[in-house]
Design a protein around this ligand. Sequence first.
Ligand code: GLP
Length: 241
Amino acid sequence: MEVVIVPDAKAGGALIAGAMADLLRRTPDALLGVATGSTPLPVYEALAAQVRSGSVNTSRARIAQLDEYVGLTADHPESYRSVLRREVLEPLGIGMDAFMGPDGTAEDVQAACEAYDRALTEAGGVDLQLLGIGTDGHIGFNEPCSSLVSRTRIKTLTEQTRVDNARFFDDIDQVPHHVITQGIGTILEARHLVLLATGEGKADAVAATVEGPVAAVCPASALQLHPHATVVVDEAAASKL
Ligand code: GLP
């Protein structure tokens, strides 16, 4: 695992956008795994600036979703599909035809999870998976004590994660209890994992990820098992290393 400490979130965003741009220059149809949340926004902004300036071409790029709320329709503004369309696909000039994600409104959610997991493999696998991290060390929506070999499946959110994510909704009661997430085993199949963490609130989770034991109690610690994992942290998130 490589740990890169950057001065601030903007620098982290620029660094990771640079890696994504290099990948797209080498492999124009690369499958980029993207995450939601506030942390990755500087990555998407920096990459969109490169697209606008013409230094990178996204016309063949493909995007894969990491996780999704169960029960929010695709056009709900806080479904992750909507969030990614708004924050990633549109700014990068990538159409929904190049997007893959699980169906959070499927009648048989477990079958939809399995179908998505298979689809990722059939698409050739994720080339670069960008990850944020929850304050409790979750990646995607793999909450503490998720199996380190888990596949895409339905999970129940912890109260802490519902509280953390309530800021995106009018009221905490609107935050779904159930989600679909790529499993930790699924995530580990990506060829390059890049985790970005910024701010003091992530310092404990980052310390457990990088310096703690590989343990299901901190799902992000599974990155230690991956042959090509990069953890990008700002000074504040690195403060407990
Ligand atoms: C959610 C998402 C995660 C994300 C986490 C942290 O739980 N499912 O993928 O990493 O939030 O979000 P933020 O970056 O806003 O702190």
